[in-house]
Design a protein around this ligand. Structure first.
Ligand SMILES: NC(=O)c1ccc[n+]([C@@H]2O[C@H](COP(=O)([O-])OP(=O)(O)OC[C@H]3O[C@@H](n4cnc5c(N)ncnc54)[C@H](O)[C@@H]3O)[C@@H](O)[C@H]2O)c1
Length: 455
């Protein structure tokens, strides 16, 4: 790990999370109570149309590069500035932008805080970052304070304090702060959402979701995420990556649009996978094999919503297994499952038998029907392109974004809350009410709106 990229491990919050296990029950009362903060939520927030959308991109590693490549294919986008602590990565993206027929963007690579100079430029509308987790909030906050909108890779924040920082900065500066959760745009998840919104599954009562991904190779790599992700597994125990599973489910359950996440309990099992993998790969005496990893291999959380619905959420990244996000959405009339994709609808499916999604073509989400050809070949089966094009389309047309800062805060809050619950033996912890009561009002989920194609 390079010195510049190792900042994550030194953060006070990680130490706090590591230390909290020993503090015990004394903390439970204070830690479990949701913080309340005053403020006026930005419900249905939109800004006047921005065209073109002038972007400064921060962090052009694996995911940032993929987003930049998408953005260069979307009409109405100008990449004006690029920042990364590795100058060669900046140079590579500068070249792509020129090859796409745009002016060479200015490069920023004078160290881990150089994004601040980028944010101060006067010719940017949006600062979009795909950096390691601990940088998401500093970058988004600096962007909003400098008058730009902020888009961030997942998770949007890593502590409750950071979640509030995003909410309060967005409210104060009247800027968008959006978490770019691409799994909300995967075709089966969008089809499920469409079925839910059309009432086919009845009233939604329960969901299961997760991030079950064998990341052992990634965590021990000497490049990309390997430079920073393992540090979190050493220090933290909980659900470190809740957003891919929870984002789509939250949309199906009207979270922040009539309901909200209320209480969470979380438990982690033993930590074995990383030690076993490292011993096999590097030898039993290698420091990586002898390292103590805080992260339990399988973490399970239960979320109880304010309306009394239950979500089961898994985090499982240290063991050999095929990929899954589970994605079960269950209502009074039937249920939708992924991994494998299947549906059961009472009155339409044969009793006690699953249907293939192909039997329900009318529920394919209209956004996918509209964008399928353009999304072909883009990252993660095309959902990343759809995600980026939705963001740009909304900004260019002055529409509310598909997800807002309250979604970013509520979904990201699962990590610190799960750490707290795990550290206190599975005690319940409350979600902060980031919307200060305004979640009670049903409102439009903008990803269900399909404008005429303008891109
Ligand atoms: N949505 C998805 O499917 C998905 C997939 C992979 C990663 N991600 C997320 O994307 C983010 C980046 O992950 P990645 O796989 O691209 O990792 P990566 O390590 O490949 O890229 C991170 C980049 O940020 C740069 N960087 C680090 N600190 C910086 C700073 N202070 N200022 C500017 N640049 C800095 C690094 O040099 C690197 O190029 C993470 O938040 C991760 O969770 C999301």
């Amino acid at each position: 790990m390079s010195r510049q990229e190792g900042r994550g491990c030194d953060r006070r919050d990680f130490l706090k999370a590591g230390a909290v296990a020993g503090i015990g029950a004394a903390l439970i009362g204070a830690g479990a109570r949701a913080q309340e903060r005053p403020g006026t939520p930005l419900v249905e927030f939109k800004v006047p149309p921005i065209d073109p959308v002038r972007i400064g991109y921060v962090g052009v590693g694996g995911m940032g590069s993929a987003h930049v490549r998408n953005l260069l294919r979307i009409e109405g986008v100008e990449i004006r500035a690029v920042c990364d602590i590795v100058p060669q990565k900046v140079a590579r993206v500068q070249q792509w932008v020129v090859e796409a027929g745009q002016k060479e963007p200015e490069g920023y690579s004078r160290g881990p805080e150089d994004f601040r100079r980028l944010c101060e430029r006067t010719d940017l509308d949006l600062v979009y970052n795909a950096t390691p987790w601990e940088w998401h909030v500093p970058i988004s906050v600096a962007a909003m304070q400098a008058g730009k909108h902020a888009a961030s890779e997942v998770p949007a924040a890593t502590t409750l304090e950071e979640c509030w920082q995003l909410v309060e900065t967005a409210e104060k500066t009247l800027r968008h702060s959006v978490m770019m959760e691409n799994c909300c745009y995967d075709r089966p998840e969008m089809m499920c959402l469409n079925m839910v919104k059309q009432g086919i599954l009845g009233e939604i009562l329960h969901a299961e979701a997760g991030y079950l991904h064998d990341l052992r190779g990634v965590k021990f790599s000497d490049q990309g995420e390997g430079l920073w992700r393992l540090a979190h597994s050493i220090k933290r125990n909980g659900n470190l990556y809740p957003t891919h599973g929870l984002g789509p489910v939250a949309q199906c359950m009207d979270i922040n649009r009539g309901d909200r996440f209320g209480t969470l309990v979380s438990m982690s099992g033993p930590s074995r996978g990383l030690n076993l993998y490292a011993a096999k790969k590097f030898g039993p005496d290698d420091p990586r094999a002898r390292q103590k990893y805080a992260l339990g291999d399988v973490n399970v959380s239960l979320i109880h919503t304010a309306l009394g619905k239950v979500i089961t959420l898994y985090h499982d990244t240290n063991l050999p297994r095929p990929y899954s996000r589970i994605h079960i959405v269950q209502g009074t009339q039937g249920l939708f499952e992924k991994y494998p994709d299947r549906v059961y609808v009472e009155g339409r499916s044969e009793f006690d038998k699953w249907d293939d999604l192909g039997k329900y073509p009318e529920f394919d989400h209209p956004v996918w029907k509209q964008q399928e050809a353009r999304a072909k070949g883009a990252g993660h089966g095309g959902m990343d392109f759809i995600e980026d094009s939705r963001l740009i389309e909304a900004l260019r047309n002055g529409r509310p974004l598909d997800m807002d800062v309250y979604d970013a805060a509520a979904i990201s809050a699962v990590t610190p809350l799960s750490e707290r619950s795990v550290a206190t033996g599975g005690q319940p912890v409350e979600f902060p009410d980031f919307m200060r009561g305004q979640w009670k009002t049903p409102r439009v989920l903008h990803v269900m709106e399909v404008p005429a194609p303008t891109l």
